[in-house]
Design a protein around this ligand. Sequence first.
Ligand SMILES: CC(C)(COP(=O)(O)OP(=O)(O)OC[C@H]1O[C@@H](n2cnc3c(N)ncnc32)[C@H](O)[C@@H]1OP(=O)(O)O)[C@@H](O)C(=O)NCCC(=O)NCCS
Length: 183
Amino acid sequence: MTDPPVPSTHPPKQLFMVADASRARKLAAPELPAGHQLRGIRPGDRSAWIELLAASGFDEWTVEKFDAYTAEPERLAGSRAVECDGRLVAAAFASQRSRDPLAGALDYVVCHPEHQGRRLGLIVCAAAIEHLADQGYATISLQTDDWRLAAIKTYFNLGFEPVMTRIDMPDRWLKVIQQLHLT
Ligand SMILES: CC(C)(COP(=O)(O)OP(=O)(O)OC[C@H]1O[C@@H](n2cnc3c(N)ncnc32)[C@H](O)[C@@H]1OP(=O)(O)O)[C@@H](O)C(=O)NCCC(=O)NCCS
C-alpha cells in the first residue's frame, strides 16, 4: 500500500522577474498617445488611483492602505501614472525593496480596461524604471502571476528576466513562454 499524497503546505509562489536597471532604462518606450500625460503621484490622487486599481482587478485597496503604501518616500517619488481627459488610466508603483538598498521594485502595474492595448503599462513602468535607475538602484524586480500574460509580455519587453525561485518555476515559465509564443 502506498502512502497518500502529502498535502502541499506551500501555496503557489508568485513568479519573480529581475531587470538590470541601467539596461532597462536605455530601452526606448513608445510615445505617449496624443491627449495623455505622464506624471507622478499628486496630492488628491488616492481615490482615482484606488478606482483604477479596482478596475484592473485589485479591489482590496482602501484609503488607509493607499496612504500607508505611498508614505514610503521612494514609492511617493518614483511611482508613475498616465492621465487622459482628467482620469488616471494607467499606473505603477516604484519603490526600494525592503531588504536590499540597491534593489528597486515595481508593483501594481495597471491600465484601465478601456485604455488597454496601447502599451500604457509599459510607458508607466519605463518612467518608474527611469526614476529608479537615476536613483542608483542596480536591479529592479517584480512579482507577477502565470496568467497575467499582458503584464508578463510588458515586462519581457522592458528587459525583465524570469528568476527561478522555486522548483516548479521552470515548468510554469515554459507554459507562459509558450502562451506568449516566445522562443
Ligand atoms: C498589465 C497591463 C497594465 C498591460 O496593459 P497595456 O499596457 O494596455 O498592455 P497591452 O494591451 O498594450 O499589451 C502589452 C503586450 O502584451 C501583449 N498581450 C496583451 N494581452 C495578451 C494576451 N492575452 N496574451 C498574450 N499577449 C498579450 C500585447 O500584444 C503587447 O505585446 P507587444 O507590446 O509586444 O505587442 C493590463 O493588462 C492590466 O492592467 N492588467 C490587469 C492588472 C495586472 O495584471 N497587472 C500586473 C500585475 S503584476
